[in-house]
Write a protein of this length. Structure first.
Length: 72
């Protein structure tokens, strides 16, 4: 996990906002919502992620479980 200094974080927050997500924490909330929706399909619970990198990895893991479930 790479930690950003304040200036870099503010730049990232601004860029994510320009993409239409409102900012870093709004985008993180979107990713967590996707995780919850995927987990609901799998009938499992997931923890709320605190950064975008962990949220991405959580989603990838859930998608992999869905793919495995679909192959059965």
């Amino acid at each position: 996990m790479v930690w950003l200094n304040g200036e870099d974080f503010n730049n990232l927050d601004d860029l994510i906002g320009k993409l239409g997500f409102g900012g870093y924490f709004d985008f993180l909330e979107c990713l967590n919502t996707i995780s919850y929706d995927l987990a609901k399909i799998l009938n499992i619970e997931v923890d709320r992620q605190k950064n975008i990198t962990d949220a991405y990895h959580n989603i990838r893991g859930l998608v992999n479980l869905l793919i495995k479930k679909g192959k059965k």
